[in-house]
Ligand binder design. Structure first.
Ligand SMILES: CC(=O)N[C@H]1[C@@H](OP(=O)(O)OP(=O)(O)OC[C@H]2O[C@@H](n3ccc(=O)[nH]c3=O)[C@H](O)[C@@H]2O)O[C@H](CO)[C@@H](O)[C@@H]1O[C@H](C)C(=O)N[C@@H](C)C(=O)N[C@H](CCC(=O)O)C(=O)O
Ligand SMILES: Nc1ncnc2c1ncn2[C@@H]1O[C@H](COP(=O)(O)OP(=O)(O)OP(=O)(O)O)[C@@H](O)[C@H]1O
Ligand SMILES: N[C@H](CCC[C@H](N)C(=O)O)C(=O)O
Ligand SMILES: [Mg+2]
Length: 520
């Protein structure tokens, strides 16, 4: 990170220094800013605290706390356009701290953080991955694959941020614009060459990735999710499109790179038509001729064989042909694998090195993770928390099931209510036994969530409700046979259950391995 002092900060924001002081007379002008902080609880000596109005708090209320923790200056949102680019002082406990006031500050944070951390994304290969489902899987695959062929990689996403293999848990799928730029700068300092980043629709809509330069962006699929936030599918889709749009007026991110698009998805197909250049990826043998004829880069499948050890794929592409032997489970993972391959090939990674390492790619934590011991049912822990993901996960499980198929699922509180009955509908179309349970009710009443889910079943009296997840899983294991499969959906890697505002320690993976007598 370049040395960034307060004088540079004042200049960056074009602060008008009134008659009271000239820049040279400022007592603080040469003080070096250590880090940028959005959260007063994280402020350390010499940091700059950025006070923004949020959805539930007004960050400006925490200025005293930030100053007490050692902030040397404040960058604060102002509601009054007349106060834009003005300098004032915040006086607290005998300290006089400079405060720069900016109108509509939130829109400027990504660019400022990019500048402060010295443009890290332009010095590495950053791949942005968006879509309703598959982001974590694809990003983890990209990072794992790159590291298998000797390129230092890092990930930013739902299961954590960090150099691949050494992740720090993350609060969000796409972190704040400051955390993103700061992580990228740290990765660069550690000589990371490639970063796979999950880009959520919230991240795009709220400008968290505005000033990230992507070497490639990748689209997995689009189905219903997050309508509590976007309200309509159209808005949700437009937020995702902003990661790919070549038009300046639509552009939400800086983009100079490749675009890798899933042709199997209806939205993906429409987008390919709007893009002059793209890497077109499909898992459907019947699309192979069509994607070849598009005249763009492509990866398609000529045939697929699912077997006990995973899947064998015969592929044809504009980069070369071959066979991939993968240990990943589920047909949707074939799509995830090919999309990851498309991004790496488009960025010039060596073809044979990639193909030869496929058998070493391991499944992603909490994504179709299989727990199996002799004489007991097989349990799969998966993160399906949308109707489409549940559909895909149950379809994959059904293909391998010789006995009865069970599903245990719930829906998150304070999230899209409309998906609840849809998930019930999907569940009943594949399974023999269903248990509805809690999944992070947050501040909603768990009974209300369950009530919404139950509305989607045609025969609700056939459905068991067991709100406590451990009891639900134990009950299913105790009442099933060794040929049965129990899909425990929705929490995947999560190690918590959020009830009210409190995060309690809880993990499906730990529960299942304990109940099956396995070690995790
Ligand atoms: C609605 C939303 O997106 N909220 C995000 C947003 O919070 P906010 O700006 O509303 O924050 P706030 O709590 O009102 O506080 C306002 C300001 O005061 C500061 N503050 C607050 C308290 C304090 O003691 N001191 C302090 O300084 C906060 O840091 C913030 O800057 O900015 C925060 C910091 O980046 C996020 O953690 C937070 O995500 C919340 C936790 C959340 O649940 N977000 C979900 C909806 C979300 O973003 N999900 C997507 C997609 C998930 C997926 O499908 O994968 C994601 O990318 O995670
Ligand atoms: N390509 C895919 N198409 C449909 N469903 C998928 C796909 N990949 C994964 N899934 C399902 O979605 C679940 C979540 O997968 P993953 O965590 O990779 O998605 P995500 O996009 O990162 O989700 P989130 O939005 O929560 O970050 C998986 O556990 C699986 O059930
Ligand atoms: N990152 C997503 C996934 C949630 C998974 C599920 N366990 C839930 O809490 O709804 C979200 O916050 O909406
Ligand atoms: Mg994710």
């Amino acid at each position: 990170m370049a040395h960034y002092d307060l004088k540079t900060l004042v200049n960056y924001f074009g602060v008008s220094l009134n008659n009271v002081c000239s820049l040279a007379s400022l007592p603080f002008e040469n003080q070096i800013i250590e880090q940028l902080r959005l959260d007063s609880r994280q402020v350390k000596p010499n940091d700059l605290f950025i006070a923004l109005k949020g959805q539930s708090h007004d960050g400006r209320e925490f200025i005293p706390q930030a100053v007490m923790s050692g902030a040397i200056a404040i960058l604060a949102e102002t509601d009054n356009s007349v106060e834009d680019k003005t300098l004032s002082y915040f006086t607290f406990d005998g300290k006089k701290i400079p405060q720069i006031n900016i109108y509509q500050l939130a829109n400027r944070i990504s660019a400022f953080a990019n500048e402060f951390y010295d443009h890290p994304s332009s010095k590495m290969k950053v791949i942005g991955v968006t879509g309703t489902n598959g982001k974590t899987t694809v990003t983890q695959l990209i990072a794992q694959w790159a590291s298998l062929i000797g390129q230092k990689s890092a990930v930013l996403g739902t299961v954590g941020n960090g150099v691949y293999g050494k992740l720090t848990p993350s609060a969000n799928t796409t972190s704040s614009s400051i955390e993103i730029q700061s992580y990228l700068a740290a990765f660069l300092a550690e000589d990371v060459k490639i970063v796979a980043m999950e880009v959520s629709s919230h991240g795009l809509a709220l400008g968290r990735v505005q000033d990230v330069s992507y070497a490639a962006s990748l689209f997995t699929n689009l189905s219903r999710d997050h309508l509590d936030f976007h309200h309509t599918i159209k808005n949700y889709k437009n937020a995702k499109w902003s990661l790919f749009s070549p038009l300046t007026k639509e552009l939400a991110v800086k983009h100079s790179g490749k675009r890798v698009i899933n042709y199997d998805d209806k939205v993906g197909r429409a987008w390919i038509n709007k893009l002059e250049d793209a890497v077109v990826v499909s898992t459907q043998p019947e699309y192979l001729t069509k994607i070849r004829a598009l005249g763009k880069a492509y990866i398609g499948i000529s045939s697929i064989e699912y077997h006990d050890k995973g899947v064998s794929l015969y592929f044809d592409s504009s980069f070369g042909n071959g066979v991939l032997e993968s240990r990943l489970f589920g047909s949707f993972n074939v799509s995830n694998l090919l999309l990851a391959l498309g991004a790496l090939l488009a960025l010039g990674f060596p073809f044979f090195a990639l193909i030869n390492t496929v058998p070493h790619l391991s499944p992603v934590c909490g994504r179709m993770e299989i727990f199996a011991v002799k004489n007991k049912p097989t349990v799969i822990v998966d993160y399906a928390h949308t109707p489409d993901a549940l559909d895909k996960a149950l379809f994959a499980a059904k293909e391998h099931c010789h006995g009865k198929l069970w599903v245990i699922f719930g829906c998150g509180g304070d999230r899209d209510r409309g998906k609840r009955p849809l998930m019930a509908n999907v569940a009943q179309s594949y399974t023999d036994n269903i248990i509805v349970t809690n999944d992070n009710p947050r501040t909603e009443d768990p009974d209300t969530i369950i009530h919404d889910i139950m509305a989607g079943f045609t025969e609700p009296n056939q459905i068991n409700i067991v709100k406590d997840r451990v009891t639900a899983i134990r009950w299913a294991i105790d009442h099933s046979n060794e040929n049965d499969i129990i899909l425990v959906a929705g929490k995947g890697h999560e190690d918590y259950q959020i009830i009210g505002q409190t995060k309690h320690h809880y993990s499906d993976r730990e529960t299942v391995s304990d109940l099956l007598g396995m070690t995790l």
